[in-house]
Design a protein around this ligand. Structure first.
Ligand code: GAF
Length: 408
């Protein structure tokens, strides 16, 4: 049963009637382009097959209710709240991710009183963006109840990156293609970002929401965050995901520190963002602690372009991926022992490239693994964790899957 079918069934179980509709959104893997989004740079994510689904019906009393149902089938109910009373700080925990989206959409002028029943299979706490999958599914559900269907992304190619493919009419495969009325998916991503930044209180960029909303099956999404221009790059090889099952306490504060460091460096260099800095810049005029941050962002943008060029040419993408990990480990300093162990073991057993994915300090690594060495890579990663008495990682192969949409 898909998460969408399960959400519909559980809605019937809880409310005793069928939902008006069901919407779902995927988690993501970022192939490359890490910590570049809030520096106006390039990213290259793809959607996971794992999704969060929201079964929803409108309410007429001005309240919003939300119930999540986990694998154990036990419902967790958020306190129902009048939509008019939603304000940052009022709700905490998982409900803040749901009600924050209702708050942002209410502010944008949409009715958001609804009953929501939520379920899904995106691994949580694994750096695979389960919270953005939740937020994006809630956003599409609330807009859908208001009869608003976001317009698909603009198909204009990325001129800045020298794209040769002018446009690709790529459908959203197994999910109903989003019709062209109402706000754009970019705008929805910005509402979701506002809810996360202001209501949940996490200073994240636009990578994860955009990936969840705009990715299409069989492609990675080459996104220029500065302009919002995106191109779907054919990529259908499964990637091995290594969920280290750790999340270090440092993660949230370190993310904010890095972000502020980048903003400080951009101000000192006299540019609006580190996207404007090129490789030849003299970093000597920056304080020592900021230089490696800038070096990472500048070289990471180049590695995204190199990866896109390799995908277009049908050549190996391993090298930029592995170089990205080294840069995140040594310059940006957001890796951790478990991620390094995963990457080194995968490379040692024949992976073509490997790197941490997402914010870092735990979560997941990815490896590009030819089928002939798949078993050997999995065995080597498991053995490397066991030898060091680390919690056994969770391994699975994931191919680029469909973005968010309406299921029923
Ligand atoms: C997290 C954030 F949510 C993203 O915005 C992005 O900055 C990422 O870390 C690092 O690339 O997933």
């Amino acid at each position: 049963m898909t998460p969408a079918d399960r959400a519909a069934e559980r809605f019937r179980g809880v409310h005793g009637r069928a939902p008006f509709g069901v919407w779902s959104a995927p988690g993501r893997v970022n192939l490359i382009g890490e910590h570049t989004d809030y520096n106006d740079g390039f990213v290259l994510p793809f959607a996971l097959p794992h999704r969060v689904a929201v079964a929803a019906s409108p309410r007429t009393d001005g309240r919003i209710t939300a119930i999540t149902v986990g694998d154990d089938g036990v419902p967790q109910r958020a306190q129902p709240v009048p939509v008019a009373e939603l304000t940052p700080g009022r709700v905490t925990g998982w409900a803040a991710y749901v009600y924050g989206v209702a708050w942002a959409l209410r502010d944008a002028g949409y009715p958001t009183a609804a009953d929501l029943v939520i379920t899904g299979d995106v691994p949580t706490g694994a750096g695979l963006s389960s919270s953005h999958a939740l937020q994006c599914a809630v956003a599409l559900a609330l807009l859908g109840l208001a009869d608003v269907t976001p317009a698909p992304d603009p198909t204009a190619a990325l001129a800045a990156a020298g794209s040769r493919d002018s446009s690709q009419a790529v459908s959203n495969a197994s999910h109903e293609p989003l019709a062209s009325s109402g706000p754009s998916l970019d705008q929805v991503a910005r509402w979701v970002q506002r809810s996360e930044n202001e209501f949940v209180g996490a200073p994240t960029g636009l990578l994860d929401q955009t990936a969840s909303l705009r990715c299409v099956v069989g492609h990675a999404l080459f996104l220029d965050v500065r302009s919002g221009a995106a191109e779907h790059i054919p990529f259908d090889a499964p990637v091995l995901v290594i969920d280290t099952r750790v999340r270090h306490a440092l993660a949230d504060s370190a993310y904010g520190d890095r972000r502020r460091g980048c903003e400080r460096a951009a101000a000192l260099l006299g540019v609006p963002s580190l996207r404007e800095v090129d490789t030849g810049v003299d970093l000597g005029r920056l304080p020592e602690d900021l230089r490696p941050l800038v070096r990472h962002v500048v070289t990471e943008n180049e590695r995204v372009l190199a990866t896109v060029a390799a995908l277009r040419a049908g050549t190996d993408i391993g090298e930029p991926l592995t170089a990205s990990h080294a840069s995140l480990r040594d310059d940006y300093r957001v890796s951790c022992r478990e991620l390094d162990v995963a990457v080194e073991a995968a490379l040692g057993a024949g992976a073509l490239g490997a790197r941490m994915t997402g914010g870092g300090f735990g979560g997941s690594a990815i490896a590009v693994v030819p089928p002939a060495v798949d078993e050997a890579v999995r065995a080597a990663v498991r053995a490397a964790f066991a030898e060091r008495s680390l919690t056994a990682p969770r391994l699975f192969a994931a191919a680029p899957s469909a973005g968010a949409g309406r299921d029923h």
